[in-house]
Write a protein that binds this ligand. Structure first.
Ligand code: AHR
Length: 537
């Protein structure tokens, strides 16, 4: 059984006494916010996305084709565009993933009928007899069209594994040079886009320790330097270096050490690393855990392991600090999410698609709270992947489409984008929970807060399967709560999901919030996420 013990985080006194003496409300847990304290701005790009030429992500998920009966905008699935706009999706990473280091951008420009059919990294993983030849019908212009439709910044992963600095530089010029300057810019204009794409975010390869080239951190540092030395600067680029496999048993600390040590000799000579791409999958591939069917142990195991991303970030941050004490380089967590063993795919060709349940929604919320709390370290993050793959927000098969429970966590957290982080102290019961092997400690409440224009956004998750938590939220340093509104994400069943037949099984509801003086109170149901908007005066 799970045991509750009251523990304070970043706070002092025992909780029991506080509830009675300092609040107008009696409560099980206390959240103290200091809206007046300085804090970093939460980059909107933390709520970013990733789509790869893999299984059903691009073809069918995003791209249905111009002649499709499925509602589309220039071949792009309309419901996907509408939902991404609704979320204010800040960026889209493309074309991979492992696919990126085999992708040659010239294959994806010009008349679609004349584009070559090429090899796709994921082809050997397709079911026997089913080809996954890349048609290149979704290429550079189609991707940029999608970004413009959504209002998202393109984040392009360049090919280091089988490409060259020249191919990369030409791609940057093709995207960003003004028409009338370079031949490449005129070629772009002839292909339908006279206006430059203005791509700022460039990834220099992907997982260069594995499918992106099987390099060591030191070897990759040498490649990185070659790739960026003459990168065309039509737009001041934000350059992202490949980071470690954070979900490795040893955290892959050697990669970070090797990469930064490999750079250091030239660092004073202007080698710039704006972002460092840490990947962290909550990886259950080697277990029997699947996305759809699980018990309490599976529930807690996933949430507990997901929360370990914080320790992994801190371990790598300490190494980065030794090499870069001013922290010119920040994290770009450009692949994160849950990864279960197979068995719940949308169909045999929808590689790496999996059932997404309420558990994944809570994992999303806990992850976002960690990213928010480390807003000084995180420049960007990209869920892997947005549609039809792993930790998806959307499932789409032909004309059927559904938002997953994880989608709603993105919707709830939207007010944090670009808002200023507010320090939060939590005193809440700590849970002792059974996980796949043994027991683990899990915070009884996970959360973060931000402020914009006197409006606080407070997001809180109660992972317990046993009990709701009555929670008092108090302002420290003066200020009153004049109004409070809440939204709630939960379901009676922890395995609840949204299917094509029942697309609204898991969705948001309103949650009552009591406000009084300098405090507000909510009851956070068991296994639930809440998002509160508190107006303060
Ligand atoms: O997101 C699926 C795959 O996971 C990506 O292609 C790769 O970068 C990672 O290993």
């Amino acid at each position: 059984m799970r045991r509750r013990a009251f523990l304070g985080r970043a706070a002092g006194a025992g909780f029991g006494a506080l509830a009675a003496s300092r609040f107008a409300f009696a409560a099980d847990a206390e959240v103290v916010l200091t809206p007046g304290a300085p804090g970093p701005v939460i980059s909107p790009h933390v709520y970013g996305h990733f789509i790869e030429h893999l299984g059903g992500v691009i073809y069918d998920g995003v791209w249905v084709g111009r002649d499709s009966k499925i509602p589309n905008v220039d071949g792009i699935r309309k419901r996907f565009v509408d939902d991404m706009k609704r979320l204010g999706a800040p960026n889209l990473r493309w074309p991979g993933g492992c696919f990126a280091d085999g992708y040659h951008w010239r294959d994806g420009i010009g008349p679609a009928s004349a584009r070559p059919r090429t090899y796709n990294f994921w082809e050997p993983r397709m079911p026997r007899g089913v080809r996954a030849t890349e048609t290149n019908h979704f290429g550079v212009h189609e991707f940029m069209r999608l970004c413009r439709l959504v209002g998202a910044e393109p984040y392009v992963a360049a090919n280091v594994g089988s490409g060259s600095p020249r191919e990369f530089h030409d791609w940057v010029s093709y995207c960003n040079a003004p028409a009338g300057t370079l031949s490449l810019a005129d070629e772009r204009a002839r292909n339908g886009d006279p206006e430059p794409f203005g791509v700022k975010y460039w990834g220099i390869g992907n997982e260069s320790w594995g499918c992106g080239g099987n390099m060591s951190g030191g070897e990759y540092a040498t490649e990185y330097r070659r790739y960026i030395a003459q990168v065309p600067e039509y737009v001041r680029p934000f350059l992202v270096a490949t980071g470690p496999r954070g979900h490795s048993a040893d955290g892959d600390l050697a990669w970070t050490e090797g990469f930064f040590a490999g750079l250091s000799s030239a660092r004073g000579l202007g080698v710039r690393v704006d972002g460092f791409a840490l990947h962290y999958y909550t990886d259950f591939r080697q277990t029997a855990e699947d996305g759809a069917r699980f018990d309490a142990r599976g529930w807690y195991a996933v949430l507990h392991k997901g929360a370990q991303i914080e320790n992994v970030m801190l371990d790598h941050w300490r190494i980065m600090e030794r090499h870069d004490p001013e922290h010119r380089t920040r994290f770009v967590l450009d692949e994160w999410g849950n990864w279960y063993r197979g068995g719940t795919e949308l169909g045999p060709t929808y590689l790496l698609s999996q059932a997404i349940t309420l558990r994944d929604a809570l994992h999303t919320a806990i992850t976002f709270d960690i990213f928010n709390r480390h807003a000084d370290k995180v420049a960007m993050a990209n869920v892997a992947q947005t549609i039809n793959c792993l930790h998806s927000l959307f499932a789409a098969v032909e004309d059927r489409y559904a938002r997953t429970p994880a989608y709603y966590a993105f919707e709830m957290y939207r007010p944090h984008m670009g808002a200023r982080l507010v320090p939060m102290r939590v005193q809440a019961p700590e849970l002792s929970v059974g996980v796949l092997a043994g027991t683990a400690k899990l915070a009884g409440i996970h959360g973060s807060a931000s402020i914009r224009d006197k409006r606080l956004c407070v997001t809180l998750t109660n992972p317990s399967l046993d009990a709701s938590v009555s929670t008092a939220i108090r302002l420290d340093g003066g200020g009153r709560v004049s109004e409070g509104r809440g939204r709630l994400l939960t379901h009676a069943e922890i395995t609840a999901t949204n299917t094509f037949d029942q697309p609204d099984n898991v969705t948001l509801r309103d949650l009552p919030v009591d406000v009084q003086g300098d405090a507000a109170r909510v009851v956070i149901p068991k296994h639930a996420v809440v998002a509160l908007e508190l107006r303060i005066t």
